[in-house]
Design a protein around this ligand. Structure first.
Ligand SMILES: *Cc1c(COP(=O)(O)O)cnc(C)c1O
Length: 223
């Protein structure tokens, strides 16, 4: 591994095929680290806490595109809708509707991804594949007034078993195709956010259009 943030960023960018966007996951890292990545040309950053985003966004250049990737409570949507160019971690219909109301209030369009749970670990966060499919089958997205669902986000199982990881990603990609078959009039439902430092090459080979890479750029996080 190279020693600077700029060199690590450049190494990763060189491995990304055209059409795959890199979100540099900067959560828990100081402003100076983000500024270094910004100076190297990086413009999309990922944060996982509303409070941290609210501090970092005003302190850094305004052409940064902030991606929100953490679990979001409905009572904290306001600053995230204000600052995020995409909220990737929409893990319930309740949250989706809260974001929609807030976006309408702020007179903007919220761009979001629905987070799907396909990993083997138990978690309370994320839609199941069946829930997401039903959401589109029932055309419940038509009730949204100020939100554009741009696609899906997922994490693979936390395992060294690369075949399991590959099949998790492949399941998300096929879910996206099923949704598009169910609602062929959906527009701009083309983002597949999958892959992190340890598994993004597998995610790309399964169709990811956006990868969320943190520690491979910024080093280990200090929680
Ligand atoms: C922290 C985080 C990442 C980045 O993880 P790394 O292993 O550091 O690359 C990606 N996606 C989500 C949802 C995260 O919470």
């Amino acid at each position: 591994m190279h020693s600077t943030i700029a060199e690590r960023l450049s190494d990763i960018l060189h491995t990304l095929p055209e059409g795959v966007e890199l979100v540099a996951v900067s959560k828990f890292h100081p402003i100076e680290a983000l500024a270094e990545a910004y100076a190297a040309g990086q413009r999309a950053f990922g944060e996982s806490r509303a409070q941290e985003l609210s501090v970092k966004a005003p302190a850094l250049p305004s052409d940064i595109r902030w991606h929100f990737i953490g679990h979001l409570q409905t009572n904290k949507v306001r600053p995230v809708v204000t600052h995020a160019s995409m909220i990737e971690s929409v893990d319930s219909e309740r949250l989706l509707n809260a974001i929609d109301r807030e976006a309408e209030r702020q007179q903007k369009v919220a761009r979001v991804l629905l987070q799907v749970h396909v990993a083997q670990e138990e978690t309370k966060f994320g839609f199941s594949p069946a829930e997401v499919l039903d959401y589109f089958k029932d055309r419940r997205f038509e009730t949204l007034k100020a939100t554009h669902i741009c696609g899906l986000m997922a994490m693979a199982s936390n395992t060294d078993d690369t075949e399991r990881v590959r099949s998790d990603f492949s399941r998300v990609a096929s879910l996206q195709r099923e949704i598009l078959a169910t609602a062929p009039d959906l527009r701009g439902f083309d983002t597949l956010s999958m892959g992190m430092s340890d598994d993004y090459p597998i995610a790309i080979s399964e169709g990811a259009t956006l990868v969320r890479v943190g520690s491979a750029i910024f080093g280990p996080r200090e929680y």
